[in-house]
Design a protein around this ligand. Structure first.
Ligand code: SAT
Ligand code: MN
Length: 580
């Protein structure tokens, strides 16, 4: 099936160990996708939605115990535990292989083994990297078709390059006690057992494009980040590109697909990616970014024509819905859709409003990026796009101002390392508690954060034309718990300030934590936000910030001697400025 010996040997060994009934090499064709869907419709893994309102749209219901990423069952299995760092769960690789291989034994009996070659990034880009996922789930195969450049095009590249990431996945029996997501970065290998959920099962995404790729990137001199990539075109027709890191379910998809408000005629947003960004240092000293993915696996709750018109429009056809509710006429429904009403909940039970939400809070859509009305043709550019600004952000009711700018790259790395956010339904566990989530990579960095920060810092020595770094917080609340900033399309006003700062055009006010917009520097014309609210949104409260820096200091100390001295020094400078 392939001229790559390593690949054919691995498929043969895996088949021998897992004992599938059949082996199917995915070619990535539309006919193959149709066949996968038809098979799943037959065995109930998919259900047809209203084909008049939603042509080629299907519903998949997960096992109710399997609806989110499972960070406590996710491991980095490097030889040295210190390389995985305090930010990861670790098991010795030998022990890990033994443990998970025992689970894989005969696990594909009665099933089809799918071999899915995929390319992360445009297939002709030197910045792209390939992988092969072996899985016994047709749902995974169909999702991988929408999410990646999959099949023959990828196999051809693998046969040229030689190198590929190996990802082995089996649904097992979905028992959470027999579920592990294991990464062997030194072997460029992933083994995932017992979950069919997105981030645990679509191995090209978090497992490869972030955990393994972050390791690969450090070895090869680039960056693999949990960031959206967007182009902002001004009325003069100039486009600047931004990369932005927010934790899961904090609005990356909405920002990447922003629709300029009425007040901003002539502006246009182009989406390159909504989740993952690979950046390489160009010969010009700028960072050039590609989106390794080719589709979106987005959160549904809250999506409606007001919050994200492009997303709303793109998921009316050729979309897989996971864990949504249904209306009487068999259309998909989720909380915040603002139209129709649910009669069946995400578990297929009649919905009476008494059993919690109708859709699962982490219900998702899978769709090809090409269906996005704001899809940027630059997504296919093998050179990627040059990044002007990097934005970090989190969901914080308090403390973090609407926007502030780092003094320089090193300070920006401190800002990224200091990201904290309230937890969401994208991972199992409590929702709404503030946790440290450096660079929004807490669940995704495949090695010790101390080494990761050090690596980020090292870019300061390599270039003087790096992007400027900013931090935003769309989620600040007043004392009554109301969001102070309208968000969504109006976030363009903040992006404009950011890009004007990059051009040296907008005014900033220096504070202990960096530059915030000077009074009046953010255009609020036509916006229902008064001057007092703007002041409150941009306030840097010294007491709260001293406390914030103290918590960050304690967090940093868990990295011991490995913590880079430049980061320690940057922290000391901000803390000192707050005490003046
Ligand atoms: O489930 S995924 O990990 O793919 C999505 C997310 O949590 O960002
Ligand atoms: Mn994500």
């Amino acid at each position: 099936m392939t001229t790559n010996r390593a690949l054919s040997d691995w498929v043969a060994q895996t088949a021998n160990h897992t004992q599938p009934d059949r082996i199917h090499w995915c070619d990535g064709s539309d006919i193959e996708y149709r066949g996968l869907v038809d098979g799943m419709l037959k065995d109930g893994m998919l259900q047809e939605l209203n084909q008049k309102t939603h042509p080629n749209c299907y519903l998949h219901r997960s096992n109710p115990q399997d609806v989110a990423r499972v960070e406590h069952l996710t491991f980095i299995c490097s030889h040295s535990q210190a390389d995985a760092g305090p930010n990861n769960n670790w098991i010795d690789p030998q022990e890990a292989h033994a443990k998970i291989d025992a689970l894989f034994k005969d696990s594909m009996q009665g099933r089809t083994l799918y071999v899915i070659p995929y390319c992360m990034g445009p297939s002709d880009s030197p910045l792209s990297r390939c992988g092969v996922e072996i899985t016994d789930s047709p749902y995974v195969a169909a999702n991988m078709k929408l999410m990646t450049r999959m099949g023959n095009v990828a196999l051809k590249r693998i046969e040229q390059d030689g190198e590929f990431v190996k990802g082995l996945h089996s649904m097992g029996d979905l028992n959470p006690d027999r579920r592990f997501i294991m990464h062997f970065p030194e072997e460029l290998t992933i083994k995932s057992f017992g979950s069919g959920y997105g981030g645990n099962a679509l191995l090209g995404k978090k497992c490869h494009a972030l955990r393994i790729a972050s390791w690969q990137a450090k070895r090869e001199g680039w960056l693999a980040e949990h960031m959206l990539i967007m182009g902002v075109e001004n009325p003069q027709g100039e486009t600047h590109y931004i990369a932005a890191a927010f934790p899961s379910a904090c609005g990356k998809t909405n920002l990447a697909m922003l629709i300029p408000p009425e007040s901003h005629r002539g502006w246009k947003i182009w989406t390159i990616g909504d989740d993952i960004c690979w950046m390489h240092l160009g010969e010009d000293g700028r960072l050039w970014a590609i989106n390794p993915e080719a589709g979106f696996f987005g959160v549904l709750p809250g999506t409606n024509p007001k919050t994200n018109k492009n997303a709303y429009d793109m998921i009316t056809h050729d979309t897989i819905f996971t864990n949504v509710a249904l209306t009487r006429d068999n259309r998909p429904w989720w909380e915040g859709l603002k139209e129709g009403s649910p009669v069946v909940d995400w578990q297929g039970r009649p919905y009476d409003g008494r059993n919690g939400t109708a859709a699962h809070p982490n219900s998702r859509f899978t769709v090809s990026a090409q269906q996005n009305p704001g899809y940027s043709p630059k997504s296919e550019d093998p050179s990627g796009v040059p990044i002007s600004a990097i934005i970090f952000g989190g969901r914080r009711a308090d403390v973090a101002p609407l926007v502030y700018e780092a003094r320089n790259w090193i300070h920006g790395v401190l800002m990224g390392a200091g990201v904290a956010s309230e937890t969401t339904a994208a991972a199992t566990g409590r929702v709404g508690v503030v946790r440290r989530d450096p660079m929004a990579m807490k669940p995704f960095c495949g090695y010790n954060f101390a080494d990761y920060w050090n690596y980020w810092l090292s870019f300061a020595d390599k270039s003087t034309t790096l992007p400027k770094i900013f931090h935003v917080n769309w989620f600040r609340q007043d004392k009554d718990g109301k969001f102070m900033w309208p968000g969504f399309g109006e976030n363009l006003r903040v992006l404009r300030w950011i890009l004007d700062r990059c051009d040296g055009k907008a005014r900033g006010r220096e504070t202990a934590i960096g530059y915030v917009p000077a009074s009046g520097a953010i255009d609020t014309r036509g916006l229902d936000v008064d001057a007092d609210t703007m002041r409150a949104l941009l306030e840097v409260n010294p007491d709260k910030w001293r406390n914030e820096m103290q918590i960050l200091d304690e967090y940093f100390s868990s990295y011991g001697e490995r913590l880079p001295s430049r980061l320690r020094e940057a922290h000391r400078q901000v803390a000192a400025a707050l005490s003046r």
